[in-house]
Design a protein around this ligand. Structure first.
Ligand SMILES: Cc1cc2nc3c(=O)[nH]c(=O)nc-3n(C[C@H](O)[C@H](O)[C@H](O)COP(=O)(O)O)c2cc1C
Length: 213
């Protein structure tokens, strides 16, 4: 009986020690969860090419922009200009110009606009002459897309928008973007709440990155 009591005491003590969680353990676990959250956002982001019609909530978009401008930039020059448009008339106007040039666009399934049906579009520009403007804008863009996705907002970079925006017909829309003198449009980024199934990731070629021993 004495032996049984002793064994019980040892078992209880072991259980109690196992249950003790220090604040250090909690911090480590929170950090692990955060690491996982960031990696999950990175790995699950996909280019979204169809959206619900409602514009992205402007408070959410403000967070996306803030995350964008907190990207690193060479010598902290912040060589970017970001213009966000959720005006349907603007996006439909540019769409009409694009359709005039490329009538086949209308054959796309569910085609509503030239921005992959996005209701909110960010136009990203950088100085024509700059040390690392394009690189820095790439970092800003990815920050915007990842922070958006962390809130369930889909996105897609749209290089195809640039030649249309630079066309003579789209001049009034370019003027409305009010880009600083000497800036060029680099890319547009579609934003919106995703419609339809989440795409699977196009294959990546892991042989493009490796250690040199
Ligand atoms: C600079 C740039 C321009 C792009 N332009 C277009 C575009 O005009 N239209 C489009 O549908 N996707 C465009 N994309 C999206 C790519 O096709 C997409 O990122 C790539 O296929 C990988 O897929 P994922 O983003 O889902 O991982 C562009 C991406 C980048 C980075």
């Amino acid at each position: 009986m004495k032996l049984l009591k002793g064994a019980l005491a040892v078992a209880l003590a072991t259980f109690a020690v196992g249950c003790i969680t220090t604040s250090e353990d909690v911090n480590i676990n929170i950090q692990k969860a955060k690491d996982k959250a960031v990696m999950e956002v990175i790995m699950s982001r996909r280019s979204i090419r169809d959206y619900k019609t409602e514009a992205v909530d402007r408070e959410q978009m403000a967070k996306v922009i803030e995350c964008g401008i907190y990207a690193p930039s060479a010598m902290n020059q912040q060589p970017w200009a970001v213009r966000v448009v959720d005006d349907k008339e603007f996006l439909d106007g540019v769409t009409a110009i694009a359709v005039e040039k490329m009538p086949q666009l209308k054959e796309q399934e569910n085609f509503r606009n030239f921005f992959r049906n996005a209701p909110t579009v960010a136009f990203i520009a950088c100085p024509e002459e700059s040390y690392s403007g394009e690189y820095d804008c790439g970092l800003l863009s990815e920050n915007m897309m990842l922070s958006a996705w962390s809130m369930g907002i889909g996105s897609c970079c749209l290089g195809s928008v640039v030649p249309v925006m630079n066309s003579e017909e789209a001049k009034p829309y370019m003027e409305r973007l009010n880009l600083p003198e000497g800036y060029k449009l680099l890319v547009a980024i579609a934003f919106g709440y995703p419609e339809g199934e989440h795409p699977t990731a196009p294959e990546r070629d892991s042989s493009k990155a490796y250690y040199i021993e």
